[in-house]
Design a protein around this ligand. Structure first.
Ligand SMILES: Cc1ncc(COP(=O)(O)O)c(C=O)c1O
Length: 420
């Protein structure tokens, strides 16, 4: 039995804050850590899962488990149908034109690798250029670096200012006839900056350059419409948007995907195979070799249902409020410096404390039951830009509260007291 979401949440009719309506859907948040109520502020690393996602995965294994796309028996057909329904849900969720444009992958990392490998290897040659930004996660740097090294192409990086905002003038100057693709993060995991993707796509398209967007940190926090953004590829991970690990999505414009060679070979991505020749399957299966993470797919479907039932505009507004509250509170603590003060920011608060290593901040906060992330956040070039080895990062979701921010603030005061 899958726990339904209460009708008042679905309809948004109570006038109560979102968190009051939704927090109890997340069973893990009820636990205590080190004797204190858990404060989970590591949502940018991975989000917690609502009961409906957990129940859906359990039900799949109890009632539907079977391999997909290959059996004629009842269970296989049922699982195939359910899995393909998830694809259609995802298509509608991001407003893609067709479910042929929705490729299931392991996550954002695999999506970028797929595009760099398949599109990149066929379109990028010696002396060509690939443009990324100074805000990228390693998963949107290294695949392009590998491609450029292999092809003798050049990786160009859009710089940012001291607030963590990209310099659009520099970006515009960078685009030229040698630019073969632009790949940009939508929301920075290290600083929270929201990039003006629609504008940046338009600038690239004006020169005939396609744009890939890393949406790992955007999809959990705001409404994403790939047709409105007009991007050519868009990647995100289920586990950051309240779904399970092991699955993610690559959206690709159908005309581009159609022309791209497969990324991996194997079962399911073929129509026929002889030793002489293989005829590849149609989209989207051409890019989905082998047995996928089926149970995770079902969980992703439940996560999409869940996100459709809470109001995503309310999520963005609530989290913005929380971010402003936390930013003001942390700014008042002596020796605390916030890293990343972009005007457009989402759900991430990176900070350092003078004289105290971020790992020590994280360890003391953990004793208070507060889970934050410390380190370079897989964005070492961002750290290098600010001349620091690491930051402490609190990242929020709509199930977090101002009371939890107060606990974080008290914890930081304790860190300073204990570690001097
Ligand atoms: C902005 C951004 N891009 C890409 C990734 C990689 O996502 P995954 O590890 O789910 O592939 C992350 C993960 O933290 C991220 O924050």
């Amino acid at each position: 039995m899958i726990t339904p979401i209460e009708p008042q949440v679905v309809q948004g009719t109570t006038g109560k804050p979102l968190v009051d309506l939704c927090r109890h859907h997340f069973p893990l948040l009820r636990q205590r850590v080190n004797g204190k109520p858990l404060v989970y502020f590591d949502n940018a690393a991975t989000s917690q899962k609502p009961q409906i996602v957990i129940d859906t995965i359990m039900r799949y294994y109890m009632e539907e488990n079977s391999n997909i796309h290959r059996g004629v028996h009842y269970l296989s057909e049922r699982a195939t149908q359910a899995y393909e329904e998830v694809r259609s849900k995802v298509q509608r969720f991001i407003n893609a034109a067709s479910d042929r444009e929705i490729i299931f992958v392991r996550g954002t990392t695999e999506a970028v690798n797929l595009v760099a490998y398949s599109y990149g290897r066929t379109h990028v040659g010696p002396e060509d250029e690939v443009v990324i930004s100074a805000l990228e996660h390693h998963s949107n740097i290294v695949p392009w670096q590998i491609l450029c090294q292999e092809k003798g192409a050049k990786l160009r990086v859009i710089p940012m200012n001291d607030d963590g905002e990209l310099l659009l003038d520099e970006y515009e100057k960078m685009l030229n006839v040698r630019t073969k693709i632009v790949s940009l993060v939508h929301v920075s995991n290290a600083l929270g900056t929201i990039n003006p993707i629609k504008q940046m796509v338009a600038l690239a398209h004006a020169r005939g350059v396609p744009v890939m967007v890393d949406g790992a940190q955007a999809v959990p926090h705001m409404r994403v419409d790939v047709r409105d953004l007009d991007c050519d590829f868009y990647a995100f991970s289920s586990h950051k948007m309240f779904g399970p690990t092991g699955i993610g999505v690559l959206y690709g414009r159908e005309s581009l995907l159609e022309a791209m060679p497969p990324y991996q070979g194997g079962g399911d991505m073929i129509k026929s195979v002889t030793f002489e020749k293989t005829i590849y399957n149609d989209l989207p299966h051409k890019f989905e070799a082998g047995t996928p993470s089926i149970a995770s797919g079902m969980g992703l479907g439940a996560a999409v249902d869940y996100m459709n039932q809470i109001n995503l505009d309310a999520v963005a507004a609530f989290e913005h409020d929380l971010l402003v509250y936390a930013t003001e509170a942390l700014s008042k603590i002596p020796r605390v410096h916030i890293v990343g003060r972009a005007k457009e920011k989402a759900a991430v608060l990176s900070f350092v404390i003078e004289g105290i290593h971020p790992h020590d901040i994280g360890t003391v906060l953990d004793l208070e039951g507060v889970a934050i992330r410390t380190g370079h956040h897989c964005a070492q070039p961002v750290m290098q830009r600010f001349g620091i080895p690491a930051t402490a990062r609190a990242s929020f979701a709509f199930y977090n509260t101002k009371e939890e921010v107060d606990i974080l603030v008290k914890g930081i005061e304790k860190v300073i007291e204990v570690l001097g």
